[in-house]
Structure formats: C-alpha cells, structure tokens
Ligand binder design. Sequence first.
Ligand SMILES: C[S@@+](CC[C@H](N)C(=O)[O-])C[C@H]1O[C@@H](n2cnc3c(N)ncnc32)[C@H](O)[C@@H]1O
Length: 323
Amino acid sequence: MEGYLETTHDLYERAAESPDVGLCCTTTPIWQLPGLVIPKRMQEMNYGCGSTVHPRDLANEPTVLYVGVGGGMELLQFSYFSRRKGGVIGLDVVDRMLEACDANLKKAEASNPWFKREFVDLRKGDALNLPIEDGSVGVAAQNCLFNIFTEDDLVKALQEMHRVLEPHGRLILSDPVCEQKMPQNLREDEELRALCLSGSLPLQRYLDLITSVGFGTVEIRAKRPYRILDPSQYDTSEQIYIESVEVCAIKDPMPSDGPCIFTGRTAIYYGKEEYFDDGAGHILLPNQPLSICDKTAGVLESLGREDIFISERTFFYDGGGCC
Ligand SMILES: C[S@@+](CC[C@H](N)C(=O)[O-])C[C@H]1O[C@@H](n2cnc3c(N)ncnc32)[C@H](O)[C@@H]1O
C-alpha cells in the first residue's frame, strides 16, 4: 500500500478543483444554526460522513485543530462558536484543497456578518506529522480522513492528535466502520480507500486503536447507515454494509482497569432500597437512569441482581453518568 497516500493526494486535488457531491456524502442533515449561511460551493464540497461539531465540546473556548479541511464547512461551523482570530486551525496536505477552502471561507465572510476570514488559520500540514506544538489545542477533529489510513498510519495519526491535545482535551472523529471482512482486493484498491469506501475497520478494532495511544475515555455519540458495496457495482462476492460513527476520545489518564467506553448503556435501579451503591462511585437512585461505561455495565451485570436493569448499547451517548 506504499502509494495509497499519493493516490489520496491526487484524488483530493481533483475533488478540490471540481466538487464531487457524491463523495463521502453524509446521511445527516447539515447543521443549520441561526445566522449561519453556508455557501453553496462549500456544501457541495462536504466530504464528511456525520458531524464533528458539537457545542458542548466548545464551552471553555478551546482552540480547535481540524485536520483534512475539505471545503471548509466544519471550519466555518466551529468558528460559529469560537468567533475569534485563529480560534480554529485548519490543516491539509493538498495545496489545491487549501486554496479551495480559502476561497470558500472568503465567500462565507461575504454572506455571514459575524464571520471573519481571520477566524480560521489555514495551514499546510500532514495528519501523520502535525506541525503543531505538544499540548496546545483543546479540541482536535477529523471527519472522514482517518478511515483512509492503513492501521499503521492510523495509529500514527491518532498518536499525533493525542500529542497535540491538552490534558483532558477532546479528539472528535467521524468515520465509516464496517463489521464485515472487507475483501483484500477492495482493501488494496487505493482509489476506493481514498474514497472512504474500503479502509474502514470494525468498530471494536477502531476503538482499540484509539485507546491504544492513551485516550482514557471514549464516547460513541452516533452510529448510522453509510454505504452498500454491492456485487453489481464492486468486485465483491457478497454485499458489504458500511456504517459511520461519531466518536469523542478524551485525553484522560488511562484507568488502571482499562479505558472507559460509553456506548449508550444505562443502568436503572428499581429495587426497594433508597438507592443502590456499587461501592465504585455509582449511586443508582430508584427509577433514575444513569449512563454507565461498558466496563461498569459488565460489573453490574455480573452481580446478577434482579432489581437493576442494564440496557444494551444504543451507540447514542450524549453525556452524563460516570465511568
Ligand atoms: C474525505 S475528505 C474530508 C474533508 C472534510 N473533513 C469534510 O468533512 O468535508 C479528506 C480530506 O483530508 C485531506 N487529506 C488527505 N490526506 C491527508 C493527510 N495525510 N493529512 C491531512 N489532510 C489530508 C484531503 O485533502 C481532504 O480535504
């Protein structure tokens, strides 16, 4: 797979020159916010698969690093919340993509009175070797880039994001995942990989790599259908179903018993006592749902109690609870 990074570079150079509206198209509606006007060209260059922009990550006015800028839509959306010079740093390796993004941001400046082009600091840079100081950003984000990388390169890209984040900083990722075994011929097809169609990993493997670089807390915020690779269109004997996920990985220290991974599991105590205390920091009040991580869900399940309900994974976690 030596040349796949070059193939990726060439593909996005072309996608910068003539927008490909079918590329990585998202199934989620674009964030519409009061007073936010997204230029048409920017929308046509939405090459992501979900959103990495969540207001709750931005409460303390963090500097945001966004890697793989595309047409700049998420840079504009992050700027909507930060509204200060250099509040968002956008990096890309493809010169033409940086130029197209710059042009789109200037159009956005003309149609959004609150937005100034200087809010976004656009720089050339490679996800595999970030030109950013250690511990200097509060939020780092990428949308539909990391799935393109081979596992070795993905680990490098994750290590780089971990390095540049402040303690407790957040890495927000949106990527395709696939539970089926991707045929080797599709895996090695550099063009399909660059199109975000054949590089995706099973969710558990993706999470294992994220936690392997040191992220102690991980939240799965959404999981939804993404693409079908059908034998009638692709060189595969069986139909392949691809989903996309939105994940937030937090640079918390790694707990001694392993990472806390929130997948939407919830515990509800419905016993006769005033509360249930597991002695490990979780107090369950009667009939009050409490978000728990997968590790805690496993421990509570192992108690075999009949007065605690533990839900399955919903892959929709939006905060609350504790590890
Ligand atoms: C699938 S597009 C996603 C664009 C954008 N994140 C979005 O959601 O619309 C991938 C982006 O990553 C950029 N890219 C490709 N390889 C890269 C690398 N090694 N480092 C940084 N950016 C890269 C491409 O130029 C392109 O802008």
